[in-house]
Design a protein around this ligand. Structure first.
Ligand code: MN
Length: 247
């Protein structure tokens, strides 16, 4: 969602009330709000490029902050400026990096390096079950009532260990792929390549693993199929040699 802006009225409401109204209600209230036509993140990137090109640094800094709110990561902002330096001028990049530093600060976000546009679902935080995964994964609870649903994000090459979803009645797991390319494999069977829109039904008691392709981020929703005494048994990691054969 585009963040509601009151900067016009906050800064210019007394001096230039009409300008403030146009800024807050028309530019931000109507144009920026057309999210189906261009996402707030895309509008932020375009606006940053325009202000960079014009060398309007105070405005640029304000829009770097708005871009951050719209999901532009620190790494993406740095990449954007590196790219624009070739089109708009090297010194402008030198003037802009300190603004990025001020806006984003030194703190390395937990999610630094995770592309912000994988899907509409949140990435959450580093997976607390990371000891059962090779590579970095992230977990976001989407629903913790009725049917539990989690969004799982895998960095390229990341996959979970072989495991089994056990239950004394019902149980099992469903995966709904939402972004990137990944794999699902049941013990003794060929691996199945996964793409957004694919659905995997994992029966209770079946040994399996799931994760990203070696060269792609991957995201799936994991749905716990309701059952009695549900638990996961985590087993050995997927063999590197076996994984590397998957293309
Ligand atoms: Mn599973």
């Amino acid at each position: 969602m585009a963040k509601k802006q009151t900067a016009g009225r906050d800064n210019l409401g007394r001096l230039a009330p009409k300008f403030a109204e146009l800024n807050d209600d028309v530019l931000f209230g109507e144009v920026w709000a057309r999210e189906k036509e261009l996402s707030p993140r895309d509008r932020s990137m375009i606006t940053i490029a325009a202000l960079f090109s014009a060398g309007l640094y105070p405005q640029l800094k304000a829009h770097l902050a708005i871009g951050k709110d719209h999901g532009v990561t620190k790494q993406e902002a740095v990449e954007l400026v590196t790219h624009l330096a070739f089109y708009c001028g090297w010194p402008k990049a030198w003037s802009t990096f300190p603004l990025i530093q001020e806006v984003y600060g030194d703190e390395e976000s937990e999610l630094d390096g995770v592309p912000s546009n994988l899907s509409a679902f949140p990435v959450g935080e580093k997976n607390p079950y990371g000891q059962y995964f090779i590579g970095q994964s992230y977990l976001a609870p989407l629903s913790t009532e009725q049917v539990p649903v989690f969004n799982v994000t895998f960095e390229p090459g990341c996959r979970n260990n072989w495991h089994i979803h056990h239950a004394s009645e019902g149980g099992g797991q469903m995966l709904i792929c939402v972004s990137g390319r990944g794999w699902y494999q049941e013990w003794g069977k060929e691996a199945r390549e996964l793409h957004p829109g694919d659905v995997v039904n994992i029966p209770e008691g079946v040994k399996h693993w799931h994760g990203a392709a070696a060269d792609s981020w991957f995201q799936h929703l994991a749905i716990e199929v309701p059952g009695k005494d549900g638990r996961a048994d985590w087993l050995e990691p997927v063999d590197d040699e076996q994984y590397e054969k998957l293309k």
